[in-house]
Design a protein around this ligand. Structure first.
Ligand SMILES: [Zn+2]
Length: 261
């Protein structure tokens, strides 16, 4: 286990080097929701370099280590934070704190706990709190790492009522952060239109989100999206480990896909 963690860590460092190198780019942090791919594409200017990380709720707390490692490389010039309305992650928080619904400890610690003691009486109010809280979390992280003045943070709230989106397809996609527009990905790989998307530098940080996708949302098909053989192997190791730890059910169907971009 120890060796596995170390090899994943070394791989992640190589990943940072491969993607960031000397380019300054925008880091987009958003929710895994299947409806917001077009909105994320729309937030990307054609001439800008970017990298996308997503989890349940655009939850900065969980992505903290990944974000710090990226900004320490000096490759990030702006962070775009993109939470959205009608968010399933906020429904989980709401039901846990207002209706005493019980969730797995990993979900509680990664997502729910940070809203303890916050004052809200509706899902809409909770979404407003989440938007402000994740923004403050990012600002705090940047200040702690002495880059608060050099990296801009932009908050873009996605209203799902106004979106056109693909039909949900019952699957989710796991990968390292992506640097491709979803429209380009979908043109290459049509079957991931309508999927939920999880991307992080540290795959183990997505444990709560994997449980949410597989067991709570009920998605039984998982696509592992990889750029090269090394990523493929690393993702596979993580999936085997997650099955053993019961983060993923044994009934999940896993398919490997090369992103080709
Ligand atoms: Zn969401």
């Amino acid at each position: 286990m120890r060796d596995q963690v170390n090899s994943a860590f070394l791989y992640d460092e190589k990943w940072i080097f491969r993607i960031i190198m000397n380019d300054k780019m925008n880091l987009i942090i958003s929710c895994m929701d299947y409806r917001i791919q077009d909105a994320i594409d729309d937030a990307i200017d054609d001439d800008e370099k970017f990298v996308i990380m997503r989890n349940a709720g655009a939850n900065v707390k969980e992505l903290r280590n990944s974000i710090v490692r990226m900004i320490k490389q000096g490759g990030v010039k702006r962070i775009k934070l993109m939470p959205h309305s009608d968010c399933a992650a906020m429904k989980i928080v709401y039901s846990a704190l207002k209706e005493n619904k019980h969730y797995d400890a990993v979900i509680y610690e990664s997502l729910v706990e940070q809203f303890n003691g916050k004052n809200f009486n509706s899902l809409k109010e909770l979404e407003i709190i989440n938007r402000a809280m994740q923004y403050d979390n990012i600002k705090g992280l940047l200040d702690e790492n002495d880059v608060g003045k050099s990296i801009e943070v932009e908050s873009i709230f996605v209203n799902t009522e106004k979106l056109r989106y693909y039909q949900r397809n019952g699957s989710f996609v796991l990968s390292f952060p992506v640097s491709a527009k979803y429209s380009d990905l979908f043109n290459k790989i049509g079957k991931i239109r309508g999927s939920y998307f999880l991307h992080s530098l540290d795959i183990d940080d997505l444990a709560a989100d994997m449980i949410i996708a597989n067991k709570l949302v009920g998605l039984k098909k998982l696509f592992l999206l990889y750029a090269n053989e090394e990523e493929k192997e690393t993702l596979n190791e993580h999936i085997e480990s997650m099955k053993k730890r019961d983060i993923l059910g044994n009934d999940i169907a896993v398919e490997m896909l090369q992103n080709g971009l």
